[in-house]
Design a protein around this ligand. Structure first.
Ligand code: AMP
Ligand code: GLY
Length: 423
């Protein structure tokens, strides 16, 4: 397992329950991991940009499956380097990871495969971008082309703000990621996430989720990586799921395969449910964080088997993955200051928090020399629970949140409000 966040903890927790690990004496390693992951895996530090080092470790430990959690090493081609040495890898090649690594790449792929998405222009200079604004009306959607740790999208209410944001992007705010900027038509509707596993040829649905991106109650305040999530998302009805599979996910996988760059791993579609039907907002080449946490809470399969099937082009031989009819919710506990500069080092006591079946995934924690768990990032914990419906999952998640002692932390107390209003 490569990575160190709540997503990687949830994946490690699930992989540790797989037959290969739980029954057949397999062993899980994680790098860099975190104190939560360390309950399931042997953690060690390794520079993931040093592909030779990763390969040497995998050879030494005769690793049977490498799971790449975050996008950066995928966009950097780590999966290719490992596959070239014969290792089974869960995660796309560098070429296919462009789906997340370049917004412009994805928009052009959508054109070629006739996939519904917002109209757009790719621009490579400030002057060109400013002129292109003429072709849109406010609010203006501006996206740094490359990876920007989830911060590369600006929605500007007026032309002056848009021009300022463009000047920042081309001025190096996001480094090389902003050397090109995609300007998009603004779409209106509700956002939802849909996941699929694919080996490049077969594709299977792998659950729906919705997250809360804003830091404040009632979905207000600055954007974050996600303050909580739930699964399933009832707004994505069976009819809509079929439509998304047919018009968005399947053509994407087929187009990439036909161009000689097949996609393998998890494909995460961020969707907008518009009046004209579902449209693609963006693709991610990895699981969502914290969406993964709620998916893993509901998955009723051996995760390692499915990941291996993706890696070995054997997904067609697998049953459709089963998920519990229960709902799951995760509440993010963040360090005060997030999404600005988070307070580091706050002590955390998790004693009793998992007593009633909840699971606390670690997202940004460290153990200090005295064995005290402390906050080490913005999003610190993902308190996750299941229930017969979203209301029950919410009650269980917040009951567990109340048992967590984390004085320098905060959380939103309304995760799931929209879904609960609907039900
Ligand atoms: P992304 O990083 O592409 O997911 O963009 C971040 C957020 O910006 C999305 O979750 C949406 O809320 C919003 N967004 C992105 N593109 C559009 C668009 N074309 N129209 C409306 N909102 C958008
Ligand atoms: N929670 C949003 C993401 O993982 O991109």
């Amino acid at each position: 397992m490569l990575g160190s966040g709540g997503r990687e903890h949830a994946l490690s927790w699930k992989l540790a329950q797989s037959r290969a690990i739980a029954k057949e004496g397999g062993k899980l390693f994680a790098s860099p991991g975190n104190p939560g992951i360390a309950e399931h895996a042997e953690c060690f530090d390794m520079e993931l940009t040093d592909h030779d080092l990763v390969i040497a470790f995998c050879e030494q430990e005769r690793i049977g499956l490498v799971v790449v959690g975050p996008e950066a090493p995928l966009v950097d081609g780590l999966a290719d380097s490992l596959r070239a040495e014969g290792f089974a890898v869960f995660g796309p090649s560098k070429a296919a990871a462009q789906l997340e690594g370049s917004k412009g790449f994805t928009k052009e792929l959508c054109d070629r495969a006739n996939i519904p998405t917002a109209g757009y222009v790719r621009t490579t200079s400030l002057d060109e971008a400013k002129a292109a604004l003429d072709r849109f009306s406010p609010p203006y959607v501006l996206k740094a082309d490359g990876l920007a740790a989830g911060k590369g999208v600006v929605i500007a209410e007026n032309r002056a703000d848009a021009e300022d944001a463009l000047a920042d992007m081309f001025g190096g705010q996001f480094g090389a990621a902003g050397a090109e900027v995609v300007i998009e038509e603004f779409m209106t509707g509700e956002e939802v996430s849909y996941f699929a596993l694919t080996d490049g040829a077969s594709i299977v649905a792998f659950g729906s989720a919705q997250d809360h991106k804003r830091v404040g109650e009632g979905d207000t305040g600055p954007n974050t990586g996600g303050m909580g999530a739930y699964s399933p998302a009832s707004i994505l009805t069976p009819e809509l799921r079929a439509e998304v599979m047919q018009k968005i996910l399947t053509p994407t996988v087929q187009q990439l395969a036909s161009e000689g760059t097949p996609y393998s791993g998890v494909l995460y579609a961020g969707l907008m449910l518009t009046e004209e039907g579902p449209k693609l907002v963006e693709y991610n080449c990895r699981f969502g964080d914290p969406e993964c946490q709620v998916l893993m809470m509901r998955l009723e399969e051996d995760l390692a088997d499915y990941m291996l099937a993706c890696a070995n082009n054997a997904l067609a031989s697998m049953e459709r993955p089963g998920f519990s009819s229960d709902a799951a919710m995760t509440v993010v506990m963040a360090a005060k200051g997030y999404p600005g500069t988070p307070e580091k080092g706050g002590a955390i006591d998790l004693d009793g928090a998992e007593a009633d079946g909840a699971k606390v995934f670690h997202a940004g924690t460290v153990l200090d020399d005295d064995g005290v768990l402390r906050a080490s990032g913005g999003r610190v914990l993902n308190v996750t629970a299941r229930g017969k419906d979203v209301k029950a999952a919410q009650e269980a998640a917040y009951a567990a949140v109340k048992k967590v002692d984390f004085p320098s932390g905060f959380y939103r107390s309304d995760i799931g409000w929209r879904e609960i209003e609907r039900s």
